[in-house]
Design a protein around this ligand. Structure first.
Ligand SMILES: Nc1ncnc2c1ncn2[C@@H]1O[C@H](COP(=O)(O)OP(=O)(O)O)[C@@H](O)[C@H]1O
Ligand SMILES: O=P(O)(O)OC[C@H]1O[C@](O)(COP(=O)(O)O)[C@@H](O)[C@@H]1O
Length: 313
């Protein structure tokens, strides 16, 4: 089969997100949750869901625990997502998200299952096959225990060697290794950038300088996401800045994933740079106004697209 514009979204360490809402979290006390929700997630799964709802042809892969795969399988079936996850022994982790009435989120992200050499070999074989049928590959989220950062870098190189455009959203040692493999796009937030450079950035100028240093390593798109302050995007030595409107925050979980999915959609649709950043910003801003990731109503999207400002920086 020849290359097409379908997307392969890889989650090496997916999660069920257990989201609980309460008025205010009291650390070290008994906290009563008023509303709870459990749903299949993890960065690449969220990216896949948003892309599928936008209308992209999406395949998911990575590792999935055999013992609790059904919620994921149900999601993929209902969204028309092609499920190519490698099943591994054990359960997929559950991550806990505590959302307070003011929109503040506390994330408890757990380590997840371990994968062995046979799981890794099966995934690598699968990746090689899938890259031959997909133009875009997204690697998103943390690594399962047993997968080294260098392994991730090798898989990025493998996907690139098959002619795929590779987008990466990860952090820590995995991000540092991924950069060496020169993906097309990375999307650190400020904390992740500071961890990468092992230094604090006290000004936007310092952040931009760090991103410009990264761009010299031949990474086409560097997006620095900044929560409610939007983002800065470095592409072809030009900086664009996005500022979303003020949103009523329900939960910020999944905003980054929605940004990555929408940015990828912009590449697929060959939007111009301003359109692309506007779209990714409006979609991710709307993601914070809802509990889960997913497509907003068309009129809401139109309104936020118009309220988002894109400027040269
Ligand atoms: N409070 C918010 N209001 C409006 N948009 C937001 C808000 N939080 C996040 N976003 C949007 O989502 C994008 C990703 O959010 P961010 O928090 O930077 O990502 P991550 O969760 O990966 O750290 C931002 O660049 C912005 O477009
Ligand atoms: O793989 P990691 O880095 O542990 O992150 C997993 C968590 O990230 C999420 O995908 C949310 O990510 P964002 O808020 O950055 O979009 C959750 O669904 C999941 O629990």
């Amino acid at each position: 089969m020849s290359h097409n514009t379908s997307v392969l979204s890889i989650t090496l360490n997916p999660a069920l997100d257990l989201t609980g809402q309460l008025e205010q979290l009291k650390i070290g006390k008994v906290n009563s949750i008023t509303e709870a929700n459990l749903h299949p997630a993890g960065k690449g799964v969220n990216v896949a869901k948003v892309l599928a709802e936008l209308g992209a042809k999406v395949t998911v892969s990575g590792f999935l625990g055999l013992e609790n795969a059904s919620a994921f399988e149900h999601l993929f079936e209902s969204q028309g997502i092609n499920d190519e996850f490698i099943r591994v022994a054990g359960t997929t982790r559950t991550n806990v998200k505590i959302v307070e009435a003011n929109g503040e989120v506390s994330d408890l992200n757990f380590p997840g299952f371990s994968v062995d050499a046979a799981d890794i070999a099966s995934f690598e074989q699968k990746l090689l096959e899938l890259c031959q049928h997909h133009s875009y590959v997204v690697f998103a989220g943390s690594l399962a225990k047993g997968v080294s950062p260098e392994q991730l870098a090798d898989w990025i190189r493998l996907a690139k060697a098959q002619g795929c455009t590779v987008l990466v959203d990860t952090s820590g040692a995995a991000l540092a290794a991924a950069i060496k493999a020169q993906p097309s796009m990375i999307k650190p937030n400020q904390d992740e950038l500071e961890e990468l450079f092992q230094q604090q950035f006290s000004s936007v100028e310092a952040i931009k300088q760090a991103c410009e240093d990264l761009a010299k390593q031949d990474i086409q798109h560097i997006v620095l996401s900044r929560g409610e302050q939007g983002s800065l995007w470095l592409h072809q030595q030009q900086w664009l800045q996005a500022q979303p409107p003020k949103m009523k925050v329900v939960s910020t979980v999944g905003a980054g994933d929605t940004f990555v999915a929408s940015f990828c959609w912009g590449l697929l649709q060959q939007f111009n740079a301003t359109e692309q950043l506007n779209f990714a910003t409006a979609m991710s801003a709307l993601a914070v106004a809802q509990a889960n990731v997913g497509l907003p109503a068309a009129e809401e999207l139109e309104r936020v697209l118009q309220q988002t400002t894109i400027t040269q920086h």
